[in-house]
Ligand binder design. Structure first.
Ligand code: ZN
Length: 276
């Protein structure tokens, strides 16, 4: 229980840092300096007013100096991240996968909210996430459990690799490749039929990241479920909320959100459908 409480607190503190990243990365500010300040009056936020969740409650969601409203988003992201830490620990304990998934989930959360706010997916996070997912795939249990797919490819190619983690690397690469391929096909068909960019470059790199992280089997689930959620939200906005038809959906947000759920419960899903 002690470990869980500690992890939850770490999660809240890390969540507080995620808020800084979400706010500053898209506008090109350093995430380390200067200290956080109120966007309206510029007052530096004292450490005692920067305690996750608690400060928001104590200050009743307002800046201490000027009374500007603080978005409910800040405590929400902190809480979300605390819960993420707990679930990851419950699913993976302190395995190498735990630390890998923790780090990459944080990137996905930051990407999700940046896309929601700005409709952009910064390359640094996208490519960085993909690179780390590929490089550390031998520590990723979700990829390892699909590595029989990589093995098949190796057999087809006639390679002999009894040692080394080649099947795992290839499986991670296959996930990235298949995700990107599918999105490129969708993007090109959209462009040919509708003459509009249905999928941005950011989305295409993002699915490469998610594919490298979750492997060739789960990446299709993420695309399908992310697409369905996106479609439902889009329909809701256009038909119920009467938004303009050109309203651009933050598709990356749906993909990242779905991907985080699959990171959390990926092993359960895989063991179910590898067994059945
Ligand atoms: Zn203020």
């Amino acid at each position: 229980m002690f470990i869980e409480v500690l992890l939850f607190i770490f999660g809240l503190i890390a969540g507080s840092f995620l808020n800084v990243c979400i706010y500053r990365i898209p506008i090109g500010e350093s995430v380390i300096f200067p200290r956080s300040h109120c966007p309206k009056c510029g007052e530096k936020i004292a450490f005692y007013d920067n305690i996750p969740i608690l400060s928001y409650i104590i200050l009743r969601g307002k800046c201490r100096k000027c009374g500007e409203k603080i978005s409910l988003r800040y405590p929400f992201v902190e809480l979300l991240n605390g819960v993420l830490f707990l679930i990851l620990y419950r699913e993976y304990f302190f395995s190498p996968s735990f630390f890998l998934f923790l780090f990459l989930s944080e990137i996905l959360i930051v990407l999700a909210f940046i896309d929601l706010d700005h409709r952009i997916l910064p390359h640094l996070l996208n490519f960085g996430g993909m690179f780390i997912s590929l490089l550390f795939s031998p520590y990723n249990v979700i990829i390892i459990s699909q590595s029989f797919l990589g093995m098949k490819v190796i057999k087809v190619l006639g390679l002999d690799v009894s040692s080394f983690n080649l099947p795992v690397y290839i499986t991670s690469f296959m996930g990235a490749f298949l995700g990107i391929l599918l999105f490129v096909i969708v993007a090109v068909s959209f462009y040919l039929v509708k003459k509009i960019e249905g999928l941005g470059h950011g989305d295409i790199v993002l699915i490469g990241f998610i594919g490298a992280l979750l492997g060739p089997m789960l990446v299709f689930y993420v695309i399908s479920i992310g697409g369905i959620i996106g479609g439902l939200v889009g329909a809701y906005l256009i038909f119920i909320k009467k938004k303009d038809k050109m309203y651009e959906l933050p598709f990356g947000t749906f993909l990242c959100g779905t991907a985080v759920l699959f990171v959390l419960f990926g092993m359960r899903i895989i063991s179910k459908f590898l067994a059945g």
